[in-house]
Ligand binder design. Sequence first.
Ligand code: HPA
Length: 240
Amino acid sequence: MWLAPFMSTPHISAKKGDIADRILLPGDPLRAKWIAENYLEDVTQFNAVRNMFGFTGTYKGQRVSVMGTGMGLPSISIYATELFNEYDVQVAIRIGTCGGLLEKTKIGDVILAMTASTDSNINRRFTNNLDFAPHADFQLLLAAYEASKGNPNVHIGGIASMDYFYDETDSAQKLIQHGVLGVEMEANALYSIAARKQRRALAVLTVSDHIITHESMPSEQREKSLNAMVEIALTAALNG
Ligand code: HPA
């Protein structure tokens, strides 16, 4: 199961070829393990550095990997850069939770992030102070849309990747004025780095809490909602 350690990047201990060219990226490494155990067959673990577990297996006969990224734009930036540069990953789909902003983005709903704004300076560092507008890959977005077609609880639109989870400013109101669907902490950096490396990316998110109403997802709803997100993401990874 565990492959011989081979330190090829500072944060990923895997040989080239251990990682599929399509990968799902949850923030939580234990969610990566859960997905590998519940959705993939013929699984091998390729990473445990910093307990950022990564696995490769097959889904419906096709090779796919899943690995945690940690929280926040800097953390996902490290893993995305190494996966694209050193492991030739072509398709990266972030899966995770987000805070809903609008009335229609209810707890348990899924958001396909067409674009990701940010308050993080990392976006400007990529482009020497220009406000680049990172967006999802259209083929992946279309495949995710088709995988979720007819489900009124799936929304497509912009999200925002924020630096500080416990934000005390009125930025949520500004985002709402612009029709932003939800907030999380990673997609903007993934989309920017994918664009820079000419790779393809998407974020599929479950609304776990609501920024305005302060509702949060009851534990009995968690598994069902996470399943919908994982199935959409795996289908998009293989078809998109
Ligand atoms: N803010 C940022 N990221 C999140 C949130 C939130 O409220 N909920 C889940 N991920």
